[in-house]
Design a binder for this molecule. Structure first.
Ligand code: ATP
Length: 131
């Protein structure tokens, strides 16, 4: 795991799960990339909470899953899920880049996938509906 900041996520490195190559992002970096979770950057909502589109300073587009307080998930569950997803990484799955745990904020950072790309990733070409 590469460290972006020295925050309390550091514990994740000490659980014997090294080598999953996840990055730890600061909340400030994620907030800047999503224009402070601007509503126009909202991609959708899943079981985890709201998902936002962001752009990192180096130009990479990301999808940020922001854990909602009402999800009932705590820090231990969040960390377990993070480690599990990291271990399940596969070229055909949306890639998890890293996470952010800072104070009340818990977020997962994925590679952004444009809608049209699913067919592209599954079939190697863009299949348009024929009607
Ligand atoms: N990597 C991504 N790139 C682009 N959009 C995404 C990405 N991940 C999620 N989204 C958008 O956010 C929405 C919610 O995603 P999320 O994965 O949290 O939930 P879900 O798969 O719909 O449901 P659940 O959380 O119950 O499994 C998706 O429907 C999609 O529109």
């Amino acid at each position: 795991m590469t460290m972006d900041t020295t925050n309390d996520i550091y514990e994740l490195e000490n659980d014997g799960n090294k080598g999953h190559n996840l990055k730890v992002y600061s909340a400030a970096k994620i907030m800047a990339s999503t224009s402070n979770f601007a509503s126009e950057n909202k991609l959708g909502q899943g079981g985890f909470g709201l998902v936002y589109k962001g752009k990192l300073p180096e130009g990479r587009e990301i999808a940020v899953k922001r854990l909602s307080r009402s999800s009932g998930q705590g820090l231990v569950e969040f960390k377990n899920e993070l480690i599990l997803i990291a271990k399940l990484q596969h070229m055909n799955l949306v890639r998890l880049l890293g996470c952010c745990i800072q104070g009340e904020e818990k977020m997962l950072v994925y590679v952004y996938m444009p809608n049209k790309s699913l067919n592209l990733f599954i079939f190697g070409k863009l299949i348009m509906p024929s009607y």
